[in-house]
Write a protein that binds this ligand. Structure first.
Ligand code: ATP
Length: 573
């Protein structure tokens, strides 16, 4: 609710106008039967002079009600859409401040649902609240008061009708609420299944899993249909029950008025408005029940949005930290790291230091902690224990912009964004010139295929960069990594999709063009880092050895084992 109140503030004027329109609308619908009663009395009294005035009043009140209804719809639409856009923007900004750890905890897909589907639900909730919430109590209380005022002796019929309707509907609406919650979760599952399947379409097709995937989707959809049908049944029960109760009340009222009409002739004009108030009362209860079931969906979504907005980013920067020209040194001081939610540490008491301009290789078995180590340098995560320094500054005290300018991490999985190649390269240097792009593409061995496009760097990257091969994507992401001339360049197995010749060319170009740059190369193959100034050997999260290749072959059994196994495999091939 706090979220709604906070985001409603900028729309205070529209909101008040919308609520006033609802009051006018409800007032008009309650006033019309009363005027109608007066008209019938005038007809019975043959008072033509009054009749015309009352007729005009009735038309004016009816038109006023319609105009207020239209105005309310327009204003409620404006307010709810504006608020939804603001909430979505706040959520988006919040997610931008999240660390890797924060995003992984929610999962990227789940965050997308919270920004789209959940915000839409909140928009519908606001629309509903603005158009009905005040209307229901006004209609409910107004109809009771006016019905009793119209024929006081029949007060008990009104009370009995309310008790019967509320008693019979409470159970049904509770069941409807549960079914709506189920529908929401089934729709979420459907979205997830469709997303996973389409994103992994190559895997699905290559493993011939279309049948299984379709079955999983169909099972979920069947359940969705079953719950929807159940909702339909519940509604089918609800309306006849309500109609039986209200029609019985109306019939009883007419019979009782008819019986006493000689004693109370004034009730002849009153019976029609009385019936009209009973109908309005029934409508108020029905709409109230519906709104409360639909609103519960909106409130669940609101809760999910609140979870995102209330999440504290794991990694925050001190806005007061001064911008500085950091050098290319890196130091790990007794660093341990455990992923959020994991029990086993991925890094254990790792210490080393790298001088500016050094070329360092990092090797180790899969899962030994190489990528984790690399991710701590651009501060994608903070260490659980110990300290990471870049350019001699503890990352917990570093200026964010200075760190971004200094460190560039090229990930194992090359990710490009839709847009042009140039747009992608500008992520590495916003003011990159065509000459910068050409230079970076040459280092990354991407120039050879970019030059072949008629539109060169303006060539479009399709969604999920489907129009590029794995190797081309890797080359472009290396180009993006080097274009800003970072002081520290980390290549996390970033040449795995390149053939040996291209990999060698990239390395040579890096050595030549980025001489002063500290380069950390994480590699599966020792051959990729054999010439490094130093190689760090990781094993089960620990740094078990460091030195030049020849030294390590001598002194590290783990390194020797990896090296001899890889060499034997290469010779076999
Ligand atoms: N996001 C994550 N959440 C939880 N655990 C993770 C996450 N990423 C990695 N791990 C775990 O941390 C450990 C180290 O993983 P890491 O990716 O750093 O290894 P690696 O040496 O880079 O492996 P590879 O050579 O296969 O890329 C592994 O046990 C892995 O399961």
């Amino acid at each position: 609710m706090q979220i709604l109140i906070k985001h409603a503030k900028p729309y205070r004027g529209l909101l008040i106008a919308s609520v006033l329109a609802v009051v006018v609308m409800a007032g008009a619908s309650l006033w019309q039967p009363h005027l109608f009663q007066k008209m019938i009395s005038a007809i019975l009294a043959d008072d033509k002079s009054k009749l015309l005035g009352l007729g005009i009043q009735l038309i004016v009140v009816a038109l006023l009600g319609i105009a207020a209804g239209v105005l309310n719809t327009i204003l409620a639409g404006k307010v709810s859409q504006g608020m939804a856009a603001d909430i979505r923007a706040e959520e988006y900004a919040k997610i931008q401040s999240f660390s890797f750890g924060n995003i992984e905890k929610f999962s990227a897909g789940n965050l997308v649902v919270r920004m789209t589907n959940d915000v839409n639900q909140v928009q519908q909730l606001m629309m509903m609240l603005l158009s009905t919430v005040l209307r229901i109590p006004i209609l409910f209380i107004g109809a009771i008061v006016l019905a009793i005022y119209t024929i006081p002796s029949l007060w008990w019929i009104i009370v009995l009708m309310i008790v019967l309707i509320v008693a019979s509907s409470a159970g049904i609406f509770a069941k409807l609420g549960k079914s709506f919650a189920k529908i929401q979760s089934l729709i979420d599952t459907n979205n997830t299944l469709a997303k996973e399947n389409l994103q992994g379409v190559r895997v699905v097709k290559s493993f011939n899993q279309e049948g299984n995937e379709t079955q999983r989707f169909t099972d979920n959809t069947d359940e969705l249909i079953r719950v929807n049908i159940k909702i339909g049944y519940l509604f089918n029960f609800t309306f006849p029950i309500f109609m039986i109760i209200s029609n019985s009340a109306i019939t009883a009222a007419i019979l009782l008025v008819g019986k006493d009409i000689v004693k109370h002739p004034e009730n002849l004009a009153a019976i029609s408005p009385f019936v009209s108030y009973l109908t309005q009362l029934l409508m108020a209860i029905m709409i109230g029940g519906m709104v409360s079931t639909f609103a519960s969906r909106g409130f669940v979504s609101l809760g999910r949005i609140k979870q995102v907005l209330d999440t504290k980013p794991d990694v925050t920067y001190d806005p007061e930290a001064p911008a500085e020209n950091l050098s290319g040194s890196v130091a790990f001081k007794d660093v341990s790291f455990t992923y959020p939610g994991d029990e086993k540490p991925a890094l254990k008491h790792v210490s080393f230091s790298i001088k500016p301009g050094e070329m360092v290789g990092i090797v180790g078995a899969t899962g030994s902690g190489k990528t984790t180590m690399a991710q701590l340098i651009p501060r994608l995560y903070d260490p659980t224990e110990g300290e990471v320094d870049v350019g001699g500054v503890n990352l917990k005290k570093v200026n964010e912009a200075s760190l971004r300018k200094t460190v560039s991490l090229v990930l194992q999985k090359a990710i490009l964004f839709s847009g042009s190649i140039a747009d992608n390269l500008r992520h590495g240097k916003p003011d990159a010139t065509p000459a910068d792009m050409q230079r970076a593409a040459e280092i990354a061995q991407a120039a050879e295929f970019v030059d072949r496009y008629d539109d060169g760097f303006d060539h479009e990257v399709d969604e999920r960069s489907a129009n590029f091969s794995g190797g081309q994507k890797q080359r472009l992401s290396i180009a993006r990594g080097v274009i800003g001339k970072p002081k520290i360049l980390i290549l996390d197995d970033s040449t795995s999709a390149l053939d040996a010749h291209s990999e060698k060319l990239v390395q040579e170009a890096l050595n030549q063009d980025l001489k002063g740059t500290t380069t950390m190369v994480i590699a599966e193959k020792i051959s990729s880092v054999i010439k490094a100034d130093r190689i760090l050997v990781m094993d089960h999260g620990e740094l078990v050895a460091e030195g030049k290749h020849e030294e390590l072959v001598e002194k590290s059994s783990i390194y020797r084992e990896i090296y001899t196994t890889q060499k034997a495999k290469e010779e076999e091939a």
